[in-house]
Design a protein. Structure first.
Length: 225
């Protein structure tokens, strides 16, 4: 399925400017739902500047309105003139994250040895020489390299990592592992979102009937016990 040119920036705009569910935004942008949660909570390492997909001719306002009205609706993307695909070759990584690459490479080598150096190179955006040095522990900074999940580091997306693992497992005649670590978090988040949507609808109906919602204080009273 086609994805926005700048998925994280598009997701940031959708979180701030639409009533779409996190699941709909994640599906449209090709991101994990917990990445959308992080964007909404401003827990990402860098504050994202939103990118309007309507002005970029990637989706229509009618599609967004349909999605806002039906949480089960899957938005359809327009293949606009700005839509481009990344060509084969090393992935570009911001300077601020390049120092994290060795940690991400070490994590993949340790947890998914079936993934080839070529696949790691494309996934992380590094050289085979660097990967080989980390594999045989001849890297100049090996003493300070700590394996860390490249998705958590922001070097790749969970979807791309899962695809690389599945492809490598198939080539090696193995069964692709199923990552269930986030299932509980995902279900809890989805349940929370459903409850919030239900409450928001109830509040809107209450106000429409002439009710007045209580004003919530911006800060808790530290002396109130």
């Amino acid at each position: 399925m086609a994805q926005p040119l700048m998925p994280h920036a598009t997701a940031a705009w959708m979180v701030d400017n639409t009533a779409l569910s996190f699941e709909q935004i994640a599906d449209f942008c090709g991101l994990h739902i917990l990445e959308i949660q992080a964007i909404a909570d401003d827990t990402t390492s860098t504050k994202l500047t939103g990118r309007d997909p309507v002005r970029a001719h990637e989706v229509t306002q009618d599609e967004i309105d349909k999605g806002a009205a039906d949480p089960d609706y899957q938005l359809k993307m327009i293949k606009g003139p700005e839509q481009v695909r990344r060509t084969k070759g090393p992935r570009y990584t911001p300077v601020s994250k390049r120092q994290d690459k060795p940690d991400g490479i070490a994590w993949i080598i340790r947890n998914h040895p079936e993934i080839t150096d070529g696949a790691i190179s494309l996934l992380i955006g590094t050289t085979r020489t660097t990967i080989a040095a980390i594999r045989d522990r001849s890297h100049w900074n090996i003493a300070n390299i700590t394996p860390k999940d490249p998705v958590t580091l922001g070097l790749t997306s969970q979807r791309e990592l899962d695809a690389a693992v599945a492809k490598a497992a198939k080539a090696a005649g193995m069964e692709a592992p199923t990552d269930t670590r986030l299932e509980g978090d995902r279900e809890a988040l989805l349940e929370q979102l459903r409850n919030e949507r239900t409450q928001a609808a109830a509040d809107a109906q209450f106000v429409a009937e002439g009710g007045v919602l209580p004003v919530k204080p911006l800060f808790d009273d530290p002396f109130k016990r």
